[in-house]
Design a protein around this ligand. Sequence first.
Ligand code: ATP
Ligand code: MG
Length: 328
Amino acid sequence: MAERILTGIKPTGQLTLGNYIAVLKNLKQQMDRGECFIFIADLHALTLPIDPEVLRQNSIDLAAFYLAAGLDPKRSALFLQSSVPAHSELNAIMQNYLYMGELSRMTQFKEKSAKMKENAIGLGLFAYPVLMACDIILYDANIVPVGEDQTQHIELARDLVNRFNNRYGNILTMPKAEVRKVGKRIMSLSNPTVKMSKSDPKGDIFLKDDPAVIRKKIMSAVTDLGSEVKFDEENKPGISNLLTIYCALKDISISEAEQIFANYRYGDFKKAVADAVIDELVPFQERYRQIIKDKSYEDVLNEGAKKARAIANQTLKRVQKAIGLLIV
Ligand code: ATP
Ligand code: MG
């Protein structure tokens, strides 16, 4: 069977280089491998407070970024999660097959709710992995490309599939997380011990940053003691992060990069990393601006929603039937 690939990003803020490396960079290769369902996780974006106009703008931006990354609407479906009602319908079913104990162990929930008062934590933030499992299950996706931070949620989706299939027969497809070797977790440039995140922007490179801003951010990135450009996450987290960024963009291994930069000083190395990021993002930004101008994302989202609904509704029916709901 050809691969079925599902991938999504939340429109919670300006996209970062972390999102680019995790999802956008490999989009073309994914389309060569199989059928791709690519979505804008707008329902997930509601799990923390967000201004309606900001959500709208972020969703448009995200659609344009996917297209700028080379998404081909003929070989994939690009859609808004909210435009396929089956996500919410399946969620209402699947929330009964995941349990409070396992959900409360999720790192993302712990991190995102850590600074919140209990009576301000929405139920949606807690139940996030249930909806995420539904996103995957609906398309019978067997491959889910993600950053390392999402692997725990995919493990939970796998538990759910096992649990469900054991009880009702072979109804759901088992998904698998696919995490790239180099670039699985891009760290903040100002604090290389925390992940670069769009909803908590500290030391982020944004995909819309001007080249001058990118250069400035990289040249002032926190580095470490010593002078050697070597990968050592424990003792040289700053340099290791910059090496990772370079390798992920150039598609080379860490040891290849260590050889290239063997005689470089930190300043010259940073200059090379800045050049690599700028070379990658400038043409990407040009395509993005053109797509925003001609609004080509509108038709693509419409068509994508139709394709996605057709597949998602079939899975939903299969599940409804299996658990004993009357299909009338
Ligand atoms: P938020 O702060 O709203 O959670 P985010 O930057 O973490 O935003 P998501 O929409 O949660 O982005 O994730 C989209 C994809 O990007 C996921 O596959 C996630 O694993 C990946 N990703 C996010 N941040 C990074 C990062 N720093 N390095 C590598 N991958 C990342
Ligand atoms: Mg995230």
